[in-house]
Design a protein around this ligand. Structure first.
Ligand SMILES: Cc1cc2nc3c(=O)[nH]c(=O)nc-3n(C[C@H](O)[C@H](O)[C@H](O)COP(=O)(O)OP(=O)(O)OC[C@H]3O[C@@H](n4cnc5c(N)ncnc54)[C@H](O)[C@@H]3O)c2cc1C
Length: 483
């Protein structure tokens, strides 16, 4: 395994690997004082910092974007450089402690409480540099899709981002990456051109089609191995983009969703649509007509002119939406289209990929959403798949696509009247109604509870296991859905 020439020079003693059976909590056997001394030593070497349970800012440091998750690591390392990531991995390998890389914490539910592990916060590594000629972006481990959109849009370029500006690029791409441009350009994972990856022991390697190609393959939708410190991504040109929302009152949901279900199989890959049943909160930040409103929406992003959007959406416009704001936009507007919450929040969210979707599924979905068991669900989304999102044989990636017609996601916030368990039950009840149409394979980024990897990546699982054993034999780096 060759190391990158500019791997950080580390002055720590050579590591002695403690025998670590994979998928177990490793810190259990370490005497607290030995770990404390080692963390003191690490703190003195870091460019960033370290926060421990007795520190005043402990609760802020261990908090994830998903506020319902209560993370209890032994310490939080606030990495300020690639060298910090490598130093942390070197110490962890020597002591047999697991390390959980986390940027935003959007995916924290599937990770668990982190007891005995070091939480490695990468959010300060948020640099983005765009090469407009090569059409690439090189992003630090803590960059969000908002950071990339702001840097790429002035060049008429876009990354294959998802719905939210606050989601981290690395976690999103390692899990697949389903976004507005996906039906034309594929999953975000497929846009990873190369990565810098810090490995247990502290070495940093470059993974690409020509170097450590097995690791590169594993990073493209398979969760990878080690800690990514930097990704270089392919950007796409978006000369014409038309996007926005068609709105109807909730009472029209059945006819709108059935018309959408009939339309999506015949749409070309230039258009990606999402059908949504939403209950807006009654808050002052919203315009008066949306406060507390219950609506059914079809949102669309069309890589093309307004005339093309008009033609493709004509069957839905025929249902006379009460609002229609579909218009030419710049690529960075896509990060606002879904109206995802900009701030951390607590709630339950879960998704399911549906092999097929038709009128019977619409009836089952709406009957469930109308029932008392789903009373806490405020967003029930149906995301159109197909086109370049379909699995592609021969594509060099652990996850080559999502086999299905639609991905459904239900979201229920934790509120003064709905606790975490009630929110989770409401979401589960909504998705249970779609079980007859569920695909055998599920999508990692939309599965919040820890899941069996085979369900997420199918036959790629065996090769992923082999690759991880070679790069991280002791399972030092914790991953969501990593067992
Ligand atoms: C509001 C919201 C909107 C979303 N919209 C979409 C969407 O449109 N499309 C979509 O596909 N998904 C979407 N997701 C899901 C999201 O992509 C996943 O939760 C993803 O894991 C978040 O990545 P993150 O880096 O922000 O989160 P984090 O919790 O920081 O990281 C998630 C996981 O990624 C891995 N990881 C992170 N950083 C590193 C690193 N440096 N090295 C190695 N591994 C690392 C780890 O396994 C980590 O547990 C959404 C989630 C939310 C909450």
């Amino acid at each position: 395994m060759s190391l990158s020439t500019d791997a950080p020079a580390l002055t720590e003693p050579e590591c002695t690997t403690v025998s670590n059976p994979r998928r177990t909590t490793l810190a259990g056997g370490i005497a607290g004082t030995a770990l404390g001394t080692a963390l003191d030593d690490l703190a003195a070497r870091l460019d960033g910092g370290i926060v421990r349970p007795a520190d005043q800012d402990w609760d802020a440091a261990r908090a994830a974007w998903q506020l319902g998750v209560d993370q209890h690591p032994v310490a939080v390392v606030l990495a300020a450089s690639e060298a910090d990531v490598a130093r942390t991995l070197r110490l962890a390998t020597r002591l047999g402690v697991r390390v959980a890389p986390q940027s935003s914490g959007h995916g924290a539910v599937a990770l668990g409480p982190l007891e005995g592990a070091i939480l490695l916060r990468t959010s300060a590594l948020s640099t983005v540099s765009v090469d407009a000629v090569a059409r690439t972006a090189t992003v630090g481990a803590g960059a969000t899709w908002g950071d990339v959109a702001d840097a790429a849009a002035p060049h008429g370029l876009a990354g294959l981002a998802g719905s939210s500006r606050t989601v981290g690029v690395v976690g999103y791409c390692l899990g697949g990456g389903l976004g507005w441009l996906g039906r034309l350009h594929g999953l975000g994972a497929g846009s990873i051109l190369s990565a810098r990856v810090a490995l247990p022991g502290g070495a940093v390697v470059i993974a690409s089609a020509s170097e450590h190609a097995d690791l590169w393959w594993a990073l493209r939708g398979g969760g990878g191995a080690g800690v990514v410190t930097e990704l270089t991504l392919r950007l796409v040109e978006v000369p014409d983009l038309t996007a926005g929302t068609l709105w109807w009152p909730r009472a029209r949901a059945a006819e709108v969703l059935k018309a959408w279900a009939r339309l999506i199989p015949v749409l070309p890959r230039e258009i990606t649509t999402v059908a949504r049943v939403l209950t807006f909160p009654d808050i002052e930040e919203l315009p008066p007509h949306l406060r507390g409103a219950q609506m059914v929406l079809v949102q669309a992003a069309v890589v093309g002119s307004a005339a093309l959007a008009d033609r493709l959406l004509a069957p839905l416009r025929g249902l006379e939406p009460v609002m229609d704001d579909i218009a030419p936009v710049s690529p960075d507007a896509l990060g606002h289209l879904a109206m995802d919450p900009p701030d951390p929040s607590a709630g339950a969210a879960e998704g399911v990929v549906l092999a097929t979707f038709g009128e019977a599924a619409v009836d089952a979905w709406l009957e469930a959403l109308d029932g008392p068991a789903c009373a806490g669900v405020v967003a029930a989304d149906l995301r159109q798949l197909g086109g370049a999102l379909s699995p592609e044989s021969g594509h060099d990636a652990a996850l080559t696509g999502l086999a299905g017609a639609v991905a459904a996601v239900a979201v229920a916030p934790v509120t003064p009247v709905a606790d975490a368990a009630a929110a989770a039950q409401a979401v589960a009840a909504a998705l249970a109604a779609l079980a007859p149409w569920a695909s055998a394979h599920q999508y990692a980024n939309f599965v919040e509870q820890p899941a069996d990897e085979e369900t997420l990546v199918g036959t790629a699982h065996d090769r992923l296991d082999t690759i991880r054993l070679s790069y991280d034999p002791d399972g030092t780096v914790l991953r969501r859905h990593g067992g």
